[in-house]
Design a protein around this ligand. Structure first.
Ligand code: 1PR
Length: 550
């Protein structure tokens, strides 16, 4: 008989990833949308996942009648696993939503990370440290001392300098370090455990925690390899990106352009779309090879196609069954009108992608249009942009903005109204200044907006991370545009992903050492088989940079 596990579903985020991870471990997930004493009476194991805004999540629990039933379930001593905002709900409250009390099971409150020394949200792979665990020689609810887990949070139970690192209000804890702050990364008591990170998105290490929970959390002896000391802290994130489009025969393929031109220029006169492989297979290959995240960009999204038939939905559904690291999807995240005239708001488009397995959506063209409108209104937010709408419902961590800029040279900063920098690579006529012009529709149309202004506007609108491409460097194998990355990092506090130009592992080291980038993305060098993701990570490791190694 199939073993079952119940999952609370208050429709506040993507539960497909959690369901896929549970199924991959041989259990059947059952979603509970209605709170009733009868339904709760029969539950043997309960997962309590939450994403997005703390107040929104707590209000959903309250309005749907879950709050008291969850407390009673916990008092009954049955197993429960809380995840992310599911963990945060255990606390008394959060700075994020000051007027909404939490479940009050842990007498402490959540605060926002200090962004003076680091990017916020905290996004990426970090430790969950249990004091004394190494000496005990055992895992702790499946958590291993030097494994890395995927976090995405702006708020946390931040530990003061004199706080215990072992217990909090009667709960055992693990803690993690982000910049100069320590925070609670998991709590446990009896058969209840809750993690700030996402086990379902933490690769093999995360599946191990889910397995341990499903099988009763019995401690397991650590192997010598698991006891081998490795450095603590947030790792350097390496992302594999797949540009996807239909080729001339209508098949969905991974392609890759040079300065965004994806057509072959072969000596026989062929000009077909460059076909580098199948999206689902390639994503799985990169996951197995150690990619910390996988990004899909539908690069012909400006074409009209009924949302329900969008081929990327099936790609996501299939990929999320076997790829247990975060998946981002971009292309066409905007208000759309289906060919039959049905209007679909950007929020519903995003929701369709989340339900298909995406963890984040990436907005390109529409972010530029929305930023222009924001400045035309005198920097006033009116709630109409996809960034505002999606972040309100799903949290800022679910909203990426993908930027497609190109260099524009000027002799003097006063020659343009845009924010310029002095460049070490002067223009064709010796111009020493440059501004980065935003484009839309995959570089086809240039706009009167610079990257510096764009990223500030989208940060204000609720974007949680910037995917910073560069048309001049795309497909060049010449390395990232470090000046562009410095510019974007100087403008915002949210994380920035460096993209375009990676041609060898040394380029990743260069961008991590010379800029403050939060992650780096490669495409062509992986697709063409010149290097594997693992080549990049082992090179970074050899150079003394911290990477996740499983
Ligand atoms: O405008 O919201 O519909 O989104 C469209 C998305 O598709 C945007 O994110 C845009 O960046 C992307 N896109 C559109 N056209 C192209 C193209 O190449 N013709 N690709 C395109 C963007 C850039 C990166 C690439 C890096 C690394 N490609 O995705 O992976 O440059 O490449 P490299 O490592 O090989 O140098 P919307």
């Amino acid at each position: 008989m199939t073993k079952t596990v119940h999952i609370i579903d208050v429709e506040s985020g993507n539960l497909r990833s959690m369901c896929n991870a549970i199924e991959c471990l041989g259990y059947q997930p059952i979603l509970i949308k209605e709170a009733s004493k009868e339904a709760f009476a029969g539950i043997e194991k309960l997962i309590f996942p939450g994403v997005g805004n703390y107040g929104h999540f707590l209000k959903q629990l309250q309005d749907r009648g879950f709050t008291q039933l969850i407390k009673e379930y916990i008092s009954s001593g049955r197993p429960l696993l809380g995840v992310c905002v599911g963990l945060q709900a255990f606390f008394c409250g959060s700075e994020e939503s000051p007027n909404l009390p939490g479940l009050g099971l842990v007498n402490a409150t959540l605060r926002k990370f200090d962004d003076s020394d680091k990017a916020v949200p905290h996004i990426g792979w970090n430790d969950a440290i249990r004091e004394g665990q190494v000496a005990s020689g055992q895992d702790y609810c499946g958590i291993k001392p030097y494994s890395k887990y995927y976090f995405v949070n702006s708020y946390a139970c931040i530990l003061d300098a004199d706080a215990s690192l072992k217990t909090l209000d009667g709960w055992d804890i693990t803690y993690s370090q982000y910049g100069n702050q320590k925070f609670v990364s998991s709590i446990s008591r009896g058969k209840v455990i809750a993690t700030q990170f996402h086990p379902e998105k933490s690769g093999k290490a995360g599946l191990n925690i889910l397995r341990s929970f499903l099988e009763g959390c019995d401690p397991v002896a650590l192997t010598p390899a698991e006891l081998t000391t490795s450095p603590r802290g947030l790792t350097r994130r390496v992302i594999a990106c797949l540009d996807v489009r239909s080729n001339d025969s209508g098949d969905l393929v991974v392609t890759k352009g040079d300065q965004y031109d994806v057509r072959e220029k072969d000596s026989n006169g062929g000009d077909g779309v460059r076909n580098l492989g199948k999206p689902v297979e390639m994503a799985e290959k990169y996951y197995l090879d150690g990619a910390d995240e996988v990004t899909f960009l539908n690069i012909t999204s400006f074409r009209n196609c009924p949302l329900r038939d969008a081929p990327m939905l099936e790609v996501l559904k299939q990929t999320s069954k076997t790829v247990f690291v975060p998946l981002t999807v971009g292309g066409g995240i905007r208000d759309i009108v289906d060919p039959d005239g049905t209007k679909i708001p950007a929020l519903d488009v995003a929701n369709t992608y989340f339900m298909s397995g995406a963890d984040k959506v990436s907005i390109g063209s529409d972010s530029v249009i929305a930023a222009e409108a924001y400045y035309n209104r005198g920097r006033v937010l009116d709630g109409s942009s996809p960034m505002e709408q999606i972040s309100k419902a799903y949290g800022v961590q679910a909203v990426v903005v993908s930027v497609d800029p190109k260099r524009v040279y000027v002799a003097n900063p006063s020659d343009t109204k845009h924010h310029t920098i002095k460049t070490a690579f002067p223009g064709p006529e010796g111009q020493e200044y440059v501004w980065y012009q935003c484009t839309i529709s995959g570089g086809r149309e240039s706009r009167d907006l610079g990257v510096y202004e764009l990223v500030q506007a989208v940060e204000a609108m609720g974007c949680g991370e910037v995917l910073l491409n560069c048309i001049d460097r795309d497909g060049s194998n010449a390395g990232f545009d470090l000046e562009l990355i410095d510019l974007a990092k100087s403008a915002v506090k949210i994380p920035v992903i460096a993209s375009s130009g990676a041609g060898k592992p040394e380029h990743f080291e260069q961008v991590f050492r010379k800029t403050k980038t939060d992650a780096a993305l490669g495409a062509g060098m992986f697709h063409r088989g010149e290097y594997k993701v693992s080549d990049v990570k082992s090179y970074l490791h050899k150079q003394g940079l911290l990477v996740r190694d499983e």
